[in-house]
Design a binder for this molecule. Sequence first.
Ligand code: NAD
Length: 477
Amino acid sequence: MLPRLHSFIDGRFVPPSGGRYSDKYDPRTATKMQEVARSAPEDLDLAVSAASNALPAWRNLRPSERGRILVDVARAVRANGGALGEIESLETGKPGQEMPVLIDLLAQFFEYYGGIASIDEGEIVNVGPGYHAYTRRDPFGVIGVILPWNAPLHQAARAIAPALAAGNTLVAKPSEHTSGSLVELARLAVEAGLPQGVFNVIVGQGSVIGPAMVKNPAVMKISFTGSLRAGREIGQIAAERVLPLTLELGGKSANIVFADADLDAAAPGSVRAFTWNSGQWCCAGTRCLVQRSVHDAFVEKLVASVKALKIGPEHDAVAGPITTKAQYEKIQTYFDIARQSGLTPAIGGHLPTDPRLQKGWFIEPTVYAGVTNDTLIAQEEIFGPVLCVIPFDDEAEAIRIANDSEYGLGAGIWSRDIGRVHRVAAQLDAGRIVVNEYNGGFVQTPCGGFKNSGYGREQGRDALAHYSQTKSVIVKL
Ligand code: NAD
């Protein structure tokens, strides 16, 4: 029998009350690897009750004490990083060599928010004589955290660590395709000293557990990371309850290469921007805007960089398979769409021919050059390793094209002109801009969307503010 994955509620494993499971497949080989609980709404109620019961004690701990426990969780993550990374690599198909960096980042989230848990101070507000007025920040209560499958531990930590630091308890719902690593993280956290019931994981289908979580009256805020489609559905339910949301949605990020950039650094950087995690990355730089005078030469460099990538199931590959079959099939439809738009790939545009890559859900990294921004493949989020190279003439046109998207998540600028870098950064509709690199980003720097990429911010001190609410206290003297 295949191993079974269960929810982790109130410090123990809980099988689904209806006894139902779904099959989880290994993306490297397309074979069944696990049975994953299909929890029922009653199981969610159990998890929300556990989080509600744990709330008074957790929110009333001294912030420094909550912080110390989070740092203990970070220590447990570092001590067990090998096993944790192996689960995530197996579930997602991510190359093993990527995992130490991701585990380090995971630990950093708990270290950072553990460290700043106690700096969340209110302020004295001078309203004149006769009064003493001040603000304090209170937690919301029970937070529902709904997560995608592309970077399960990373996405989870950037919501969970600040939510806990701010004094909330939570129920997290990982994607049904990649639930194991989060269940293990919750188990480790309790083992490291996090009180039972503070961090619960409910394993189940998005269409069942997601809406039930948003409707649950004891859930006081939702942090959602995922597609625009599901974000909109959640928003509609949340509006009925006036429930606060953090929405981290999709992207179609522009990576702008000016002719004055170091093109030898920009080419591999731009390839990494759309092939990291096989393009399954919300901030992926999938629209590469290149100044027309260097467009053709730059495309040649991009193609050479793509050719140098190692794709495969191996530990040392730089790109693995697509995590879900549905996503693997969706990406392929864009090859047809591009063909119908009259585009010929400069490289890729088909499934791999290498027999090593034919068992699993591998996609050949693909570059379309000379694309116009109104083409469907330049407008829709593909969420796979597919790049549109779009030429532009000058700074103003680059900004116009970059902002001509329903999304506004990430952006990149490659230029040696420091004035231009800041001018362009100020004009771009994007929540995260990286200059002369693309994949950078830190636990300390806020991340989130403009426009349809969502609202609210994860990471940095901003996130701590998003998981707490300001209260004014006005005392008549
Ligand atoms: P998805 O929206 O299908 O699923 C995300 C989560 O929502 C899963 O846990 C799923 O079970 C649940 N869900 C599905 N339908 C739901 C519903 N109706 N109500 C409530 N919950 C529901 O997204 P996905 O395919 O798992 O992830 C890919 C998407 O996530 C892409 O669009 C990507 O850009 C986005 N993403 C965004 C960020 C960011 O920070 N902005 C980060 C990672 C991924």
